[in-house]
Design a protein around this ligand. Structure first.
Ligand code: N01
Length: 542
């Protein structure tokens, strides 16, 4: 099915809008653009729709936002009809959902698969974007939208000698489409972020030995996944319009009660009971959002971290291993926390070994395995769960040239600069979906995607109705927004961590807090106000 109905090569064709990426953002945008009567073409590097859920097929891949929350709200019949089988949907189920939406809305006829956009140049004379692709297509468009996802460019392997390894090397973000069976194999996993934490228990259940190379331990909480509670789903479905509205104006794009108390206000036993309740809730925010100051106050953060440490020590039998698994070098939640199924329990299995790279760093990869400063390990397969060039990687992967031939990559050399995470000064008619400077990765991505898609589609309708052809972020408004994003971030503990939120996971990347931490509801109100005020901060031209 995937890609079978791809349109032919574009040749020298004009579109009103070109979109890069056929993940959940590009798919919804295509639907909106068509409904508004715009001619549009989507270019997608993969052979099918689904974006992140197309590429990330590693064992155990699933969403850690509840499926009733992480789903489109714009097809009200679909949200009633679709039955999610589990509280947290698996990657195959999410990919089935994406394909179902593509079929249902006949999206594929305007998506060109297996095609990367390489180059986009603003033509100042004709005030259009000129786009060229990996297949040699050249097209022009009035508006150009990067719907390329925040976590779509895997980091290249930073391990010397990886190409010499005789066995198979798998990247979690570029997993093969066939089933990978680790039965009887000696397997290495490098990394302990979400992808590793989800896959490790499953790989351990197959492999003859599993060695985990950990550079930074991460905070993980149990998902308590299982079938959806039918009564709860029925209740949500009955109230979906109100439920979706609440999501849109919430802090993180999910419906939950916000804590009103500081962690310091409770006694030790009260706090323990409250954290315990959060731990049992099976949600990302359970412990981290148990109190209102855990991400802003180091003392409160330490209390939550100590609670999770105590849990790790109670689950992991070997206390030396448990200590290594306890994160101590960053405040809880300032690196993306994880929800797991039996992650810490896996370290109690005899054939599972933890290697602490802070004590014994990797020296290199040989043809037979991995060498640390202390030991040589032999493997049949290596899994690189080492993460992504987040938020900016996919945008600057395209050579984008704006006014005067200015290069976007160069304009962002000291960190990305956007107005509202949506537009960039000097790059007219370019839109970013969930770009840096917007809530994006700090929220339920579905909610943030839909908001940006609606903003862009409504904006294009507004321009057309007003007889305007170009829109561009004003340099002053952009500078103010960049400053605001930094200030709001600096009021939290996030900048203390060497996280991908800070660009710190990619050698040489500027250290800048990339998302907007003000909350999706606050951000949405700001965007609405900007629009109501005649697109304040944007410059529109006829
Ligand atoms: O990547 P990561 P990920 N040598 O960057 C280590 C989303 N997601 O793919 O922390 C040795 O989190 C690195 O160590 P350090 C979610 O937003 C969601 O797991 O840099 N180790 C780290 O341990 C998530 O946050 C879902 O010191 C190296 C790991 O590799 C984001 O995607 C599921 C290394 C990378 O962790 C990314 O997650 C999966 C090196 N050279 C992903 N380089 C769900 O919805 C890196 N590491 C559940």
């Amino acid at each position: 099915m995937n890609g079978m109905n791809s349109p032919g090569r574009s040749g020298d064709v004009d579109f009103e809008v070109v979109v890069v990426g056929a993940g959940f953002a590009g798919m919804y945008l295509l639907h909106r653009l068509r409904n508004e009567g715009f001619s549009a073409r989507v270019f997608e590097a993969g052979s099918g729709v689904g974006g992140t859920w197309y590429w990330n097929r590693y064992p155990g891949a699933r969403c850690d936002v509840r499926s009733i929350d992480y789903s489109y709200s714009w097809d009200v019949e679909l949200e009633q009809e679709w039955e999610w089988s589990e509280k947290f949907a698996t990657q195959p189920e999410l990919l089935r959902y994406a394909n179902h939406v593509a079929d249902r809305h006949d999206l594929r006829r305007d998506i060109q698969f297996d095609t990367k956009v390489d180059f986009a140049r603003w033509d100042e004379v004709n005030r259009r974007w000129l786009i060229s692709t990996s297949n040699g297509d050249t097209v022009s468009c009035g508006h150009y939208v990067m719907a390329t996802g925040c976590l779509s460019v895997p980091k290249s392997s930073e391990l010397d000698g990886i190409d010499d390894f005789a066995g198979n090397v798998y990247f979690s973000g570029r997993w093969p489409h066939h089933e990978v069976d680790f039965s009887g194999l000696r397997v290495a996993v490098v990394g302990t972020g979400s992808s590793a934490i989800q896959s490790i228990p499953i790989i351990a259940s197959q492999a003859s030995s599993l060695t985990i190379f950990q550079r930074t331990p991460n905070f993980s909480m149990p998902a308590f996944n299982g079938p959806n509670d039918a009564a709860e789903v029925a209740e949500v479905k009955e109230n979906y319009p109100a439920y979706r509205r609440e999501q849109r104006y919430s802090a993180g794009g999910v419906v939950r009660e916000l804590p009103t108390k500081s962690a310091m206000e409770d006694s030790e036993p009260e706090r323990r009971a409250h954290f315990e309740q959060g731990w049992k809730s099976g949600s990302l925010g359970g412990v981290i959002a148990a109190y209102n100051d855990i991400r802003v106050n180091q003392g409160a953060s330490d209390l939550a971290a100590a609670f999770v440490h105590s849990k790790i020590r109670s689950i992991v039998n070997d206390q030396a291993v448990a200590e290594k698994l306890c994160p101590t070098n960053h405040p809880i939640g300032t690196k993306r926390p994880c929800l797991d199924t039996n992650y810490y329990q896996t370290f109690n299995e005899e054939h599972v070994t933890l290697v602490d790279l802070l004590e014994t760093p990797i020296v290199g990869v040989t043809d037979s395995g991995i060498e640390t400063s202390a030991e040589s390990f032999e493997f049949d397969a290596i899994v690189m769960a080492t993460g992504f060039d987040a938020m900016t990687g996919a945008v600057v992967a395209v050579d984008i040239r704006g006014v005067g031939g200015a290069e976007l990559k160069q304009a962002w050399a000291d960190g990305p600069r956007t107005y509202l995470g949506l537009c960039v000064s000097g790059f007219p008619n370019l839109f970013l979906i969930t770009g840096p400077g917007s809530p994006s990765v700090l929220s339920n991505m579905m909610v943030s995607i839909e908001q940006h898609v609606d903003f862009v589609a409504d904006c294009l309708v507004h321009l057309r109705d007003a007889g305007q052809t170009t829109i561009e972020a004003d340099a002053g408004a952009e500078a103010e927004w960049v400053q605001h994003v930094v200030e709001v971030g600096d009021a939290t503990l996030y900048p203390k961590a060497n996280s991908w939120y800070m660009g710190a996971n990619v050698p040489g990347k500027p250290r800048v807090f990339l998302p907007y931490v003000g909350g999706v509801g606050t951000y949405r109100l700001i965007c609405e106000d900007v629009v109501d005020d005649g697109y304040r901060g944007f410059v529109l031209h006829a």
